[in-house]
Design a protein around this ligand. Structure first.
Ligand code: 5RP
Length: 227
């Protein structure tokens, strides 16, 4: 199977997982990226089974609207049962690196509101230790050099993602050469740097379920209780 076929399979598995629990009042949180796009396309076939969606990026909002799915502002929504999104890396505890598509801040906000975060990814994304994928950090533009110096002190090699402006008007530093053995601590250390909006570690709030596309089919991994 190609990587796209694996992404399509996990996107369909996510629709199959949430659909029985949706009703005409349900609003679904939707992530960003190629795997999330497959999810949107599969979900759109059932658009009469739920009310609408909250989008984690302008690109996702456009795709949802193109399918005729109503898109709500998060501030107008009080309940979000599910957030479905891809990832750049996951460890076995469902701590994630996200932000390859520069949408990490809005993704983290929608994930924080949702009761269940379902991550969808092809098998290449599951790693023993996070950090091979450079960790994205969203930064207020005037703080870029200051934040980069602090990230070096934390042991990383930050690289400015040229030409990218986030939906929030900020810039991205991709931090290379991190071996992230304690993702909860590193997430909070990086977020404490003045000028950082947020970083792409999803460890304080990891995924609840990981649907992993493998050649042998879709595997479902659950986060351990009480971590
Ligand atoms: C965007 C993200 C994506 O979820 C992540 O980059 C995975 O993308 P893809 O599904 O295209 O592999 O975090 O900011």
């Amino acid at each position: 199977m190609t990587q796209d076929q694996l992404k399509q399979a996990v996107a369909q598995a996510a629709v199959d997982l949430i659909l029985p629990q949706l009703d005409e009042k349900s609003i679904v949180g939707v992530g960003t990226g190629s795997t999330a796009n497959f999810f949107i396309d599969a979900l759109a076939l059932h658009k009469t089974a739920f009310d609408g969606a909250v989008a984690s990026s302008e690109a996702t909002a456009s795709r949802l609207k193109a399918h005729g799915i109503p898109v709500y502002e998060l501030n107008t929504v009080s309940e979000l049962e599910f957030y479905v999104d891809g990832a750049d890396e996951s460890d076995e505890h469902l701590n994630l690196i996200k932000g390859g598509g520069a949408a990490l801040t809005r993704e983290k906000i929608v994930a924080a509101v949702a009761r269940r975060f379902i991550c969808i990814a092809d098998a290449s994304k599951l790693v023993p230790v996070l950090g091979n994928f450079p960790l994205p950090v969203e930064v207020i533009p005037m703080a870029r050099s200051h934040v980069a110096r602090q990230l070096v002190k934390l042991g990383g090699d930050p690289v400015y993602r040229e030409g990218v402006v986030t939906d929030n008007g900020n810039v991205i530093l991709d931090v290379h050469n991190l071996q992230i053995t304690d993702p909860v601590t590193l997430e909070s250390q990086i977020n404490a740097i003045v000028g950082v909006v947020t970083n792409g570690l999803f460890a304080a709030r990891p995924a609840d379920v990981l649907l992993l596309g493998t050649a042998a089919g879709v595997k479902q991994l659950e986060a351990r209780q009480g971590r």
